[in-house]
Design a protein around this ligand. Structure first.
Ligand SMILES: C[S@@+](CC[C@H](N)C(=O)[O-])C[C@H]1O[C@@H](n2cnc3c(N)ncnc32)[C@H](O)[C@@H]1O
Length: 450
């Protein structure tokens, strides 16, 4: 009898396989003698010739050499860097299949880590499936004597030079302006041996307003010339030189020199005027952000007392405060809380309290003192602190609204919320062309626990 743990698959060997399923990064999954082979950029139902490029004890990875039977859902990727840079994983799938893949992925996470009874709704589509991102952060390197902007190949430090990015709102002009400036003035660029100079460029683009950040190890010069080049195509609201001397994977450092304008971008949405700076979190797809916030706001009533845990720059907290009795926003990043406080002042929201704290400490405190009846959780990818989830589960709140960018940690955390039942699980396509998905879960307290 065949043993599925036995590895018969050999590196560099070619096989013809049928794609049976999708993996968590949108890659195809095939079986060779029962052994799992991940095949990036292959679609369920396709028959492909692959070469094995990696063999591990429980799986292998195959690279497509030939598509023998192509899926009717396969489309031509729009971007020349697709498959090279690590940004997108799904450009070869038509959009309906992308949405279907995301719904099924969230459902599979629910089934695997939570319960088969949690029915996941259809994924809410994005109208813009390209050119939707309002933020980029690209590394800078000197290749063959020329300064370039790029992306890293997935799971590697291989630099791929790029001129444009298909999922960004107009970034080509910003890249061109920076590259022209850096080469014309022979700007010092970071490399692994000297560790001095420019490391990344970061931009937030909202309508045509641009907040542009040059991240370097030390203060750079000649920014007036960069300003001139950028201002040909954008309304520059801020040009910032951020200093990052740390030798780790964190892109942005703590120290900002404001070279021009201000380190803030002003936005008006749902009757709230707010600003974000280069450090604040903001959802990257404006249109889906609005749909997601509207769905949350539809669940907030006039008399509600709300805890908004992991509140970022406080935009959602403010929108909720406009509708209800009281909101407590809790966020750990000081700059984001500064933004949230400015937003509170500018919008005259006396019923909003922004706390700069770790949710693990502040959520239990506020649950104890506040009589909150709604708790919003919008944690980073690693999910909620266990202590936060358990405190929320034992709170007096009758409704929990959980927003997640990681279905696996979402499903894990739902297990701690067993005093609550799910009303709906709705994926939102915040990140078209990528395997990422945002999910909104609404939970109500189970009557017996009241
Ligand atoms: C997904 S964002 C949520 C942003 C916000 N709800 C919004 O819609 O703009 C997660 C936020 O949690 C913050 N954060 C991460 N760990 C935290 C912690 N332990 N306590 C409080 N906030 C934390 C991050 O700084 C980030 O702003």
């Amino acid at each position: 009898m065949f043993n599925k743990n036995q590895i018969n698959v050999q590196k560099n060997q070619k096989y013809i396989v049928k794609i049976e399923d999708f993996g968590s990064n949108g890659e195809g999954i095939a079986k060779i003698d029962g052994f799992t082979v991940f095949v990036p950029f292959a679609i369920v139902g396709e028959e492909v010739e692959i070469v094995i490029i990696l063999v591990k004890s429980t799986f292998a990875i195959g690279k497509v050499l030939n598509i023998i039977k192509s899926s009717k859902n396969r489309v031509e990727p729009k971007c020349p860097y697709f498959k090279k840079c690590g940004g997108c994983q799904l450009q070869h799938m038509n959009y309906l299949l992308q949405l279907d893949y995301k719904r099924n992925f969230v459902q599979n996470c629910m089934n695997k880590y939570y319960s088969n009874d949690a029915n996941v709704e259809n994924c809410v589509p994005s109208v813009n499936v390209y050119n939707y991102r309002n933020k980029f952060a690209f590394p800078v390197q000197k290749i063959d004597g020329k300064i370039c902007v790029g992306m890293y190949r997935i799971n590697s430090h291989d630099f791929i030079k790029i001129d444009d990015c298909a999922i960004q709102t107009d970034c080509k002009n910003a890249i061109d302006a920076f590259v022209d400036w850096a080469n014309e003035y022979n700007v010092e660029v970071y490399n692994e041996s000297e560790k001095q100079g420019v490391r990344h460029i970061i931009a937030r683009i909202y309508n045509n307003d641009l907040l542009f950040v040059v991240v370097s190890t030390k203060k750079m010069q000649k920014f007036d010339k960069l300003y001139e080049k950028l201002s040909k195509n954008y309304n520059i609201v801020g040009l910032i030189n951020n200093i990052n001397t740390k030798n780790n994977n964190v892109i942005i450092g703590d120290k900002d020199y404001v070279v021009y304008g201000e380190n803030k971008l002003s936005i008006c949405e749902n009757g709230i005027n707010y600003t974000i700076n280069s450090h604040s979190f903001m959802q990257v797809n404006n249109e889906i952000k609005t749909k997601l916030y509207d769905a949350i706001l539809n669940n907030i009533q006039k008399d509600d007392i709300v805890i908004d845990a992991y509140s970022g720059a406080g935009v959602l907290s403010a929108m909720m405060a406009k509708k209800c009795q009281k909101v407590y926003g809790i966020e750990i990043v000081k700059e984001a809380v500064d933004d949230a406080n400015m937003l509170k002042r500018n919008n005259n929201l006396r019923n909003l309290e922004n706390l700069c704290a770790d949710c693990a400490v502040a959520v239990p405190e506020i649950v104890n003192k506040s009589n909150a009846n709604v708790i919003v959780l919008d944690p980073p990818r690693k999910g909620c602190d266990k202590n936060v989830a358990q405190t929320v589960n034992n709170s007096g709140a009758n409704k929990i609204i959980y927003v997640s960018c990681n279905p696996a940690t979402l499903a894990r955390d739902l297990n701690y919320l067993n005093n609550y039942e799910i009303v709906c699980v709705t994926p939102y396509d915040m990140f078209p062309q990528t395997a990422n998905v945002e999910t909104l879960v609404i939970l109500n307290k189970i009557a017996d626990f009241n």
